[in-house]
Design a protein around this ligand. Structure first.
Ligand code: NAD
Ligand code: 3PG
Length: 324
């Protein structure tokens, strides 16, 4: 039995995984050998950044479990995998602390005019501009999973009120005043000053923030995306910024990555861009390995695996999300 992995492990992480699954051969494919080695895997752990020939993997008929090292599963939930018996689990919630910090970075930079100050600083200009305030704002979080909940927890002490939407119905944490169903997103957008996207990319959410949806947002509101760029029709976001309907946007993810040189999102003082670094952390690989080892133990014991997804939905239910 073979585990093939491709997240950036060091030898001590491999030793940890080997100890958790002594009967398995553990092979570090890196990104370079992933396409070659995936058909030989019983378990795959990682996030392939290179094209994978999934037909070949499915034909080999060996793979039993994909443990994604990313929360987003758009890299592996292809139709053949969805229709197969392969179990798929995500890294949902694993990066919640750093995604929440990234959200705060984008939000505070935007509201406190840091984009303008950075540009002025690069010209050695000491300008004093009025800024906006975070306190007393109403925030709407679209997707109250691992990331959304942590964002709510970190935001609340800034004296904001928070509402959210989610696909599932559950008792929200104390920081969230009201949890609405996913299809009430327009109702929520009409009442908030800041919308934060923390939902997965799937067939239902691709292009969900288009011109009609941006028009539902309150005039002068802010938009933050720490989810996936393709949930947004970026030309519609640009139009909403150009018209002044939106006051600003902070994006860690964009429709095309890297963001093309000619994108109108560059060079705007009211847009803060970070290069998809929401999951980055000095502890990322260590934390991932802890979850991987616990899930390996559960897999071998025939117990339920954290973050197992209903493959038709593409995301895990709140009861199984990993909270560290
Ligand atoms: N910027 C980054 O580096 C970064 C890091 C981690 C995750 N992500 C993205 O963020 C997403 C969320 O991550 P997570 O760890 O919180 O995952 P998660 O699975 O814990 O949470 C996703 C939540 O979204 C909800 N949801 C699904 N469809 C919805 C809809 N139409 N409207 C409202 N809610 C909906 C789900 O019910 C779930 O509670 C991931 O799928 C990934 O694409 C980005
Ligand atoms: O979905 C995620 O977990 C993040 O977007 C991280 O993606 P990455 O593996 O490319 O950093």
């Amino acid at each position: 039995m073979r585990i093939v992995l491709c997240y950036p492990v060091e030898p001590h992480h491999i030793a940890q995984i080997q100890a958790a699954a002594p009967d398995f051969e553990v092979v570090d494919a890196g990104q370079e050998r992933i396409d070659e080695l995936l058909p030989t895997a019983d378990i795959f752990i990682g996030h392939a950044k290179v094209p994978v020939d999934w037909d070949r993997v499915l034909k080999a008929n060996r793979l039993r479990w994909i443990q994604s090292s990313a929360a987003g599963l758009d890299h592996c939930l292809v139709p053949g995998v969805i229709d197969s018996d392969i179990v798929v689990s995500s890294a949902s919630g694993l990066f919640a602390p750093q995604v929440a910090e990234q959200t705060m970075t984008l939000l505070l930079d935007l509201i406190r005019s840091q984009g303008r100050f950075n540009r002025a600083n690069s010209r050695h200009e000491f300008i004093r501009l009025p800024t906006d305030d975070l306190r007393q704002k109403k925030v709407g979080i679209v997707g109250l999973g691992g990331n959304g909940r942590r964002i709510a927890k970190v935001l609340k002490p800034f004296d904001v009120s928070i509402v959210a939407t989610d696909y599932f119905s559950f008792d929200p944490p104390a920081e969230v005043e009201r949890l609405l169903p996913a299809d009430a997103v327009d109702e929520m957008l009409a009442e908030v000053d800041i919308a934060i996207l923390a939902l997965p990319l799937n067939a239902q959410t691709r292009g969900m923030f288009d011109a009609d949806r941006f028009a539902k947002m309150r005039p002068g509101s802010y938009f933050i995306n720490v989810a996936r760029g393709q949930v947004v029709v970026e030309s519609a976001l640009v139009d909403a910024l150009d018209s002044g309907h939106l006051r600003g946007a902070g994006v860690d993810v964009t429709e095309v990555e890297p963001l093309p040189d000619e994108s109108p999102l560059w060079d705007r003082e009211n847009v803060i861009i970070t290069p998809h670094v929401g999951a980055q952390s000095r502890w990322r690989v260590d934390d991932t390995t802890v979850m991987v080892c616990e899930n390996l133990r559960r897999f071998q014991a025939g117990e339920s695996i954290y973050n197992t997804v209903d493959k038709q939905l593409g995301f895990p239910s709140p009861e199984v999300v990993w909270h560290g």
